[in-house]
Ligand binder design. Structure first.
Ligand SMILES: NC(=O)c1ccc[n+]([C@@H]2O[C@H](COP(=O)([O-])OP(=O)(O)OC[C@H]3O[C@@H](n4cnc5c(N)ncnc54)[C@H](OP(=O)(O)O)[C@@H]3O)[C@@H](O)[C@H]2O)c1
Length: 339
């Protein structure tokens, strides 16, 4: 590996070492040489914190060793009884990656983690939707006041670039609306129901067995997850000051194979579409989508069509979930801080 003379060491902490946190460790392990040669970044994980414990090493932890924690091949530790908040405040590092679970009612524990990191002058990259769906303005104001970055591409559409696409590549465009499928679980269920003529409960069970749906799928199938993602888009792209309670939401639980068959006969599919517009529309509901519309993507894919005043319609399709996919968005956010 050739070292660049203007190499920048970026020390990160990962708070919440579940699927996505471990996915990021795996991605950093795989991409170490590229990060150095292409971006001049020597990215080191200097601390991780989970409910189970903490690991710190200011020279950089070994990702392969950390990944053993997920398989149980390595036991958790907690040096000096350190707490997560002490790590966030006291460790020497530049970027906190927050990947604890999403709680849209309280935003916790992510809200406290993110606030503490920003107050301590750390950049923040997160995949956690709760804090942003509840306190977007306060957090972005705090980040700005502290001169810190707050990045959250992974919260909406997983690997699919949406927020950075609009901010960077479509800069100068006025965005009129964004419509899309932002929940892969619902898309999988509706796709299978339409293809096989199967009832909702049957396909939900299948999705749970395949790991595409949670044991408690209510946040996905009732449209709440889509609503939360819409709110993040509404606030970040359209400057609204919305919370998920402002979204008109209808889930997919009442959709029948007969309804899908009728739609099919008329040249449509039914999809759970999230829509946010400049005029203030904020809706997540099942909608008829023409079969030849770019929004008609199947399986667990996510999709979004961005309507703009200069570029016209731009549609992105991608994987909305998965630890490596979410880590891809997190890594891109980290790199973007140093560009
Ligand atoms: N999975 C995906 O494909 C995906 C995609 C995009 C965005 N996201 C979002 O990314 C976040 C992480 O998702 P995930 O699938 O990795 O979830 P996960 O596997 O449940 O990981 C969350 C981790 O946070 C830990 N945790 C909980 N409370 C904590 C605390 N107070 N301090 C430190 N750690 C704590 C949990 O520990 P315990 O296990 O001991 O509770 C768990 O290891 C979520 O907000 C999710 O919505 C996920």
């Amino acid at each position: 590996m050739s070292m660049r003379s203007n190499m920048k060491t970026v020390r990160i902490s990962i708070i919440g070492f579940g699927y996505v946190g471990a996915g990021l460790a795996e991605v950093i392990r795989r991409k170490r040489a590229d990060l150095v040669s292409t971006y001049g970044l020597d990215v080191r994980i200097v601390g991780i914190a989970d409910l189970n414990g903490i690991f710190i090493d200011e020279q950089g932890l070994d990702e392969a060793e950390l990944l053993k924690l997920r398989t149980g091949a390595k036991d958790w530790e907690r040096p000096g009884g350190m707490t997560t908040l002490e790590l966030i405040k006291e460790l020497d590092y530049e970027v906190m990656v927050e990947t604890t679970h999403t709680d849209v009612t309280s935003g916790q524990p992510g809200l406290t983690h993110i606030t503490t990191a920003l107050e301590s002058g750390r950049h923040v990259v997160t995949s956690n939707k709760g804090p942003l769906a509840l306190e977007y303005s306060r957090l972005t104001d705090l980040a700005a006041a502290q001169g810190c970055a707050l990045k959250y591409e992974a919260t909406v559409g997983g690997a699919m670039p949406l927020i950075s696409l609009i901010r960077d590549n479509l800069a100068g465009n006025g965005v009129l609306s964004i419509q899309g499928i932002l929940n892969g679980t619902c898309n999988y269920i509706l796709t299978r129901m339409a293809e096989e003529g199967l009832p909702y409960e049957h396909v939900l069970k299948e999705a749970q067995e395949l790991g595409y749906a949670e044991a408690d799928p209510s946040s996905d199938v009732k449209g709440l997850d889509t609503a939360v993602k819409l709110v993040i888009l509404a606030n970040s792209v359209f400057g609204m000051n919305a919370t998920y309670r402002d979204v008109e939401v209808t889930g997919i639980t009442a959709i029948t194979p007969d309804a899908l068959k009728l739609a099919d006969d008329a040249g449509y599919v039914i999809k759970l579409i999230g829509e946010v517009s400049r005029e203030g529309c904020l809706k997540a509901r099942p909608r008829l989508v023409p079969k030849d519309d770019p929004l008609n993507v199947g399986g667990t894919l996510n999709v979004a069509t961005i309507k703009t005043d200069l570029a016209g319609d731009i549609t992105v399709i991608g994987k909305g979930a998965g630890p490596i996919e979410a880590a891809s968005a997190i890594l891109a956010d980290i790199i973007s801080i140093y560009r």
